[in-house]
Design a protein around this ligand. Sequence first.
Ligand code: ARG
Length: 482
Amino acid sequence: MTSKKDTSSIQDNMTKENIADKGQANSLWGGRFGAGPAQIMEKINASIDFDKILYAQDIRGSKAHCHMLIAQGIISAADGDKILAGLDQVKDEIEAGNFTYDAKLEDIHMHVESRLTEIIGDAAGRLHTARSRNDQVATDFKLWTRDAMDQLDGALKGLQLALVAKAQQHADVILPGFTHLQSAQPVTFGHHLLAYFEMFTRDRDRLRDARERLNECPLGAAALAGTSFPIDRHQTSAALDFRAPTANSLDSVSDRDFALEFLSGAAISAIHISRLAEEIVIWSSAQFNFIDLSDKFTTGSSIMPQKRNPDAAELCRAKAGRIIGALNSLLIVMKGLPLAYSKDMQEDKEATFDAANAFALIIAAMTGMIDDMTVNENAMKSSTENGFITATDLADWLVRVLDMPFRNAHHVTGSLVALAEKKGCDLDGLTLAEMQEVDAKITEDVFSVLDVESSVASRTSFGGTAPDQVRRQVKAAKARIK
Ligand code: ARG
């Protein structure tokens, strides 16, 4: 979480002073208030601890709004120019770390306006004409989310490039393919990695699709009903690179679908990263020994000197939980809210920011691990040598060469597996005579399909695991990466 709370703040929240008022009413909205809020009210109400990261979006939105107010003759050019210069100064101060934050000023919007007032005086009060914090925060948050989507899309592209490069290097490497984590059929490692390439392709599509829907500008919806001032919402929308202004002012300030879609896309993608992370944990165990991770992505144990733990992979797996949690949390915040804005919606940001950070972190860590891993070809190959992994190839041979219906072939192969199991060998350890006892028509040729190289080489169907197919898929994947 972006806000830091130590244990003493649990105590702080329970003191008597918390419920006493704090003197002065709020200077920006306190006209009808006789006194200030209770301390605990100020604390629960403030979002500045986490929404301060929206400062750039807030100032960009305010400048677009100000330009439009000038162009429409709603404020004078003289006031407008002061406001624009003042906003630039506020931005510089924030970026230089010269800015004081105060929970009394609630959020980033009031901080910027209040500092603007200190710098340029009364003219600052004209900026909020034909605008409300409700359309302002929706605009800022959309701008931030759109930016996050673009950056994360670039990060996912990096992960895809790492996967394709690794897949190309290991197009011929054979390992067991599993179903139920039981040896099923041999596959190539390049093929296995390309499966994740496909997932991340869909994830990027989902985020881009959500970006399209997000890309309408709420600014000018004002509090909820629009405004009586002659504003030009098309101008502000275009200035902020939105496709169009939102069509309904009530919806504009009430909609958080864009954050939900972002979180849902992030959660699905995090699940993919988590599944790959789980495979890395399994593959790097001594029992599997399929891959090694270097010192860069592992840690040692403080008590067991022999250990090399895949912590980065484990944390990728766990952080997916945070992202799923953020999605759940916002779904639950939103589900009972009447139109239009309710303060509940302020709880949209912390979870979304946290999820975006966690998502960026696990994409980067996963990209690093894919680059870093070395592949133990021998261990992968020898792991295919038990579990009768070419049984399907044998059944297919019976169909193709002896013209057996597949169901019968399945049955005959089952008997041969049972025989091999009894004898304590793999399928190619049976003699031709032993096989012919099960079915007299079997010939020597059957042995040509029982080794794993022949098995993978034969799976040339579109999208299949044969090394030649994988090389073709790598080429196609490279062309598809945008
Ligand atoms: N900090 C608020 C938020 O994040 C800004 C909007 C406040 N609007 C209001 N009517 N109090 O949602």
